[in-house]
Design a protein around this ligand. Structure first.
Ligand code: GLC
Length: 562
């Protein structure tokens, strides 16, 4: 048995379902083809009706948008393409009126190169306090014309760029684990700590309910910035073998942040402000350290996201995920899609092999997925995930069953990955295409002008929200039913026990909460699974067979008959 406590007094975040809005792509109120905060506010009803607990907003701060807003020039203001600070306040207020909490993104690993700090650093000499907020170093080699170490940018190419000093001579190099426009901050500098504390307080004072921490495992680098291993297998080797990730000192940052957010909790009221790590860290025991009682509340389980649609792999992934966090008394944080990975309706539409699934972008000349199969499995996978003890994150559009846009013209791509990889990695645009709301409107209702910053596939028309609303069996109605029943049955605060007797291709889980047991069957085999006599199907991810059995690639939630 493993899982969370069985009490209706459980703090909200331990079993919350949190929906990610990617502001560029959710809803465009002003018609410039890019989503914005007023657009989000106007459509929050959709999320209240869906039945989620909270909304996480990807960055909407002042930014030149070289990495779609993850290059922040001013942490305390809203970029004009998204609106104003008043728009942000109105969004938070409307969400709270609807009973939705708001989690915002915080990007502490780097700033934009347009940030005043970086501009000041460029204008100041080597060794100055302005340079000391970032990681400037002398180059290697006789003329300093080699990067200070061998680190590579996550988007491809070296992680160092050389600047020209104010007299025009070639100068120091600065570290950027991502794009050249995203210089890394130096977290050994107390000024950086103080600044980010202040940014957290700025948004907490405006009423937000928590933060998703971007690149949470990257802030602290190994002392001396040593070379990393020439070859690194990120699926099988401990992340901390890389000197830029998962270094022990990062945990001190989060202990400090936990103390800070706890100042904002209200004793006796379920109003904890939360911190959720985006940390691509393995093994799971190392990831669990981020959610020790005095650190963060949640940390995405990306190992689950990358698990293939195979019974043994899924069962092991769930067991390992629950066991790792049980060690530290934290809930697990399940997720299947986000703005950085291929949507699960597409990932699962490819043949599945043991190991890890491909999450990099797909182009028109790559093998294409079986979209019907992918959607069927995606619905079953979500129904499995939403039954698991812990919290879960959903990514915008998955409730419509949206597939990845796998045929985007390469000229339309905007993710810096595509250029920096020398056109070898397609990047993440395919999961960021604007949402279809109304099938018969221009840009499927994304905005009033019909403009859309990435072209929407024709296939999105039939998947528009208005085509699914109230339609029995639609993906939207499935998500609503799952979320309603998850709440009624207390599944997120339940405990999980595997049940035998359904054969090796079937995952059979009993989730017991204070409300009673729910049996969850996920059939990954070819043969339909009959529903046991004493049970009734409460919700199912796809049609049952003519004689009422659970067919392949389908998940059913079963309850005792009345
Ligand atoms: C995180 C974000 C990703 C961004 C990167 C750099 O991984 O999720 O979108 O590109 O950090 O900020």
């Amino acid at each position: 048995m493993s899982g969370g406590p069985s009490s209706s007094q459980t703090p909200w975040w331990r079993n919350a379902v949190i929906y990610q809005v990617y502001p560029r792509s959710w809803a465009d109120a002003d018609g410039d083809g890019i989503g914005d905060l007023p657009g989000i506010t106007a459509r929050l009803d959709h999320l209240a009706a869906l039945g989620v607990d909270a909304v996480w907003l990807s960055p909407f701060y002042t930014s030149p948008q070289h990495d779609a807003g993850y290059d922040v020039a001013d942490f305390r203001d809203v970029d004009p393409i998204f609106g104003t600070l008043e728009d942000a306040d109105a969004l938070v207020a409307r969400a709270h009126d609807l009973g939705l909490r708001i989690v915002v993104d915080i990007v502490p690993n780097h700033t934009s190169n347009a940030h005043v700090w970086f501009q000041a650093a460029l204008a100041s000499p080597p060794g100055s306090p302005e340079r000391a907020r970032y990681l400037f170093r002398e180059g290697r080699g006789e003329h300093g014309d080699q990067p200070p170490n061998n680190w590579q940018s996550m988007f491809g190419g070296p992680a160092w760029t050389r600047i020209a000093e104010s007299d025009g001579t070639p100068g120091q190099w600065y570290l950027h684990l991502f794009d050249t426009s995203q210089p890394d901050l130096d977290w050994t500098n107390p000024e950086v700590h103080d600044e980010l504390d202040d940014v957290l307080r700025f948004w907490l004072d405006r009423g937000v309910d928590g933060f998703r921490i971007d690149v949470a495992h990257g802030l602290v680098k190994a002392e001396g910035l040593p070379d990393g291993p020439a070859e690194f297998d990120s699926a099988n080797e401990p992340t901390a073998l890389q000197p830029m990730f998962d270094q022990p000192g990062v945990h001190d940052v989060y202990r400090r942040w936990r103390r800070l957010v706890e100042e904002y909790g209200v004793p006796g009221e379920d109003r904890d402000r939360i911190l959720c790590a985006e940390a691509w860290v393995l093994p799971l025991e190392s990831l669990a350290k981020y959610v020790r009682p005095d650190e963060l509340h949640q940390s995405f389980n990306f190992a689950f996201l990358m698990t293939p649609w195979l019974p043994d792999d899924l069962r092991a992934s769930i067991d390992e995920g629950l066991a790792a966090v049980a060690e530290v008394g934290a809930p697990q944080t399940w997720v299947l899609s986000n703005h950085d990975v291929v949507r699960h309706a597409t990932r699962l539409g490819y043949p599945q092999q043991p190991g890890h699934l491909r999450i990099e972008g797909i182009g028109a000349d790559d093998p294409q997925p079986d979209t019907a199969l992918g959607l069927r499995r995606a619905r079953a996978a979500t129904a499995l995930m939403l039954a698991l003890p812990g919290s879960a994150y959903l990514y915008q559009g998955e409730e419509l069953g949206l597939p990845e846009a796998t045929q985007l013209p390469d000229e339309a791509r905007q993710d810096p990955t595509w250029e920096r990889s020398g056109h070898t990695s397609r990047g993440r645009d395919g999961c960021r295409v604007p949402i279809p709301w109304e099938a018969d409107l221009p840009s499927y209702g994304f905005g009033p002008s019909g403009a859309s910053w990435l072209p929407q596939p024709e296939a999105y028309r039939e998947l528009a929200a208005d085509r699914q609303d109230g339609v029995d069996g639609s993906t939207l109605e499935l998500y609503r039913a799952l979320l309603r029943l998850r709440r009624e049955r207390g599944l997120g605060r339940g405990t999980l026990t595997w049940t035998d007797g359904y054969g090796p291709d079937v995952l059979a889980l009993e989730i017991a909460s204070d409300v009673g047991p729910t049996l969850v069957l996920t059939n990954l085999g070819p043969e339909p699974v009959p529903v046991p006599d004493h049970l009734e199907v409460a919700v199912v991810s796809g049609p049952l067979t003519a004689d009422g059995a659970v067919p392949t690639d389908t998940t059913a939630w079963l309850l005792s008959g009345t």
